[in-house]
Ligand binder design. Structure first.
Ligand SMILES: [Zn+2]
Length: 195
């Protein structure tokens, strides 16, 4: 079964960690907004406070500069991606608003123009000016799919500028990526997909 890797879309520092299996959120030590409604989280904020995964699983936050361009970086076998923005469905508190409450689904395909085999779906959340449509990659990369918000989030847990990622489907996370760790754009792998 072939595999591809998805790499960090931006260089920065992680502010959460993966959990290998769903775990029950413990009593909320820092009054994060999500611990009271997610019972089976797949990530946490490095303090046992649940990190929600509104789309699929294995969420991670990568801190980055506000307004920075978000790329997509996968293995060269990813020859096209389909970007589908969603609006207003990320945060537990809807008053957080756009762009923090917006997400971007990225479908990965082995052929150009969304042909061949569909490898799987990746999500980014908190994406400003998200791209919508199909893009062919260059060596597995697309150098613009949106921006890190230039504003700061009104949510409670991790409030700094960051991008949130999740994986869907037949995939695993990189257990070597932990809390407060530097990841490097197009170099540190975050997820592996088998297809
Ligand atoms: Zn997050």
């Amino acid at each position: 079964m072939p595999s591809i890797y998805v790499y960090a879309p931006i260089s920065g520092t992680t502010h959460s960690r993966f959990r290998a299996i769903p775990f029950t959120c413990p009593p909320d030590p820092v009054v994060c907004e999500n611990s009271d409604y997610i019972n089976n989280a797949t990530g946490d904020y490095c303090n046992n406070c649940c990190h929600p995964s509104p789309y699929c699983s294995a969420p991670i936050d990568i801190g980055a500069s506000g307004g920075a361009v978000l790329d997509f970086w996968g293995s060269a076998a990813v020859r096209s991606i389909v970007c589908s923005p969603t609006y207003g469905n990320v945060c537990a508190d809807p008053s957080v608003g756009s762009p923090w409450d917006d997400g971007l689904a990225i479908e990965m395909w082995t052929g150009q123009n969304a042909t061949g085999t569909k490898i799987g779906t990746l999500w980014y959340a908190h994406v400003a000016s998200p791209y919508s449509g199909t893009v062919n990659t260059i060596n597995g990369g697309v150098t613009y799919v949106g921006y890190v918000p230039s504003s700061l989030c009104g949510c409670r847990c991790y409030q700094g500028h960051h991008v949130h990622m999740e994986k869907c489907g037949n995939s695993v996370f990189n257990s070597a990526v932990g809390c407060t760790q530097s990841v490097v754009e197009d170099s540190t792998w975050i997820y592996r997909y088998d297809y």
